[in-house]
Design a protein around this ligand. Structure first.
Ligand SMILES: Cc1ncc(COP(=O)(O)O)c(C=O)c1O
Length: 359
């Protein structure tokens, strides 16, 4: 066998691998998974039926243009179909956005800590990451982000609400920021958790994108719509950007099963958003419960809460796991805990209370 191995792009060296949330143990005490911001509700029966029907033809390639889904989304959001681009989850679309705008010598700006895929997809494209620390209140520092723009900047992610802190940026500050960003820099409003927002001051990115050609909105069926395992997300963007997304898409990347399930979910939106409402009530209960125990919890508008535990992060995660809930530790920084079924939230609250008493 030859001693040499294929030459790989130097940019791939040192890329952090994406860490998926740990699954709940099959045989251990941890019975609930609160580590991936998933929807705890099982699929709706109507969506399951649609999927069962779509399964019958998976010997065929899917509709590459996702025509039915795109038409439905165009109507739902009041945007031209040509402004829509679908992909394998919104993370797939995010990767295409970076690929379409930034390469070696270019810069991509995002807050930190934020969604852990941003550094990965930026490095894969060969561009440099410019990380702007969150404020002391765990919120995007939009002034610092605007100040970080250089002539090399190609794309800026604004994750609203932010993963993993759940914090939001509001209308006035976002508009002020966008006014400062040059028109040739793409601003991606990542709204994966949009449906969980209850703060009326948080703008709907789709309204912002309408008269700003350099703004693009990312949405997903993974969270509120409960289709995480089917991998379908989309962007709403003006034509040059949407067209670039269609060029960079993996052909047939969204299965017919995912397309049909997404359409069925849009049609069952009332019921799905009712479930989101219940999760938002649970979120309030979890946040208030933690605060009553003495924890500092940033205001969250997503389906998770953030506790900045610093050096105690790993110990806290271990206590939770022993109690029966798997959460997401970011070693040395803090933990992100998804709001799940009420039994899981009860277990988490009890574990947090026990941990606090030991401090
Ligand atoms: C902020 C944010 N954006 C995008 C995604 C990607 O979701 P998906 O690829 O399932 O649409 C996630 C998933 O956790 C997220 O937290």
């Amino acid at each position: 066998m030859s001693e040499t191995s294929p030459k790989l792009r130097a940019e791939l060296e040192g890329i952090p691998t994406y860490k998926p949330g740990k699954p709940a143990a099959a045989d251990g005490p941890a019975a609930y998974k609160l580590s991936s911001n998933e929807n705890p509700y099982p699929p709706l029966p109507g969506v399951m039926e649609t999927v069962a029907e779509a399964v019958r033809s998976f010997n065929r390639y899917p509709d590459m243009a996702c025509t039915g889904l795109v038409d439905e989304l165009a109507e739902r959001f009041g945007v031209p179909a040509s402004h829509l681009a679908t992909g394998t989850g919104s993370v797939g679309v995010a990767q295409q956005l970076v690929q379409s705008t930034a390469g070696a010598g270019d810069e991509v700006i995002y807050a930190w800590r934020s969604f852990e895929a941003y550094p990965i997809i930026t490095q894969i494209s060969g561009a440099a990451s410019v990380r702007v620390p969150l404020t002391a209140g765990e919120v995007h520092d939009l002034d610092a982000m605007a100040a970080a723009v250089t002539e090399r900047t190609r794309l800026i992610f604004v994750c609203n609400p932010n993963n993993p802190t759940g914090t939001v940026v509001r209308r006035a500050e976002l508009e002020r920021f966008l006014d400062r960003v040059p028109g040739d820099v793409l601003v991606v409003l990542d709204e994966a958790y949009r449906e969980f927002i209850r703060d009326p001051e948080v703008p709907d990115g789709v309204e912002i994108y309408r008269d700003r050609p350099n703004v693009c909105v990312l949405r997903t069926f993974s969270k509120a719509y409960g289709l995480a395992g089917l991998r379908v997300g989309f962007a709403i963007a003006h034509e040059p950007v949407a067209a670039a997304l269609r060029k960079t898409a993996v052909p047939f990347g969204v299965s017919q099963i995912a397309q049909e399930a997404a359409i069925a979910s849009l049609r069952a939106e009332d019921e799905l958003l009712g479930r989101v409402g219940s999760l938002v009530c649970e979120r309030t209960r979890v946040v208030e419960g933690l605060r009553a125990q003495g924890w500092t919890v940033p205001e969250t508008q997503a389906n998770f809460v953030w506790l900045r535990l610093g050096e105690r992060t790993a110990a806290f995660a271990e206590v939770c796991e022993k109690a029966g809930v798997v959460i997401r530790p970011f070693p040395g920084e803090g933990v992100r805990v998804t709001v799940g079924e009420s039994e899981a939230n009860d277990i988490f609250l009890k574990a947090a209370e026990g941990f606090r008493r030991e401090l």
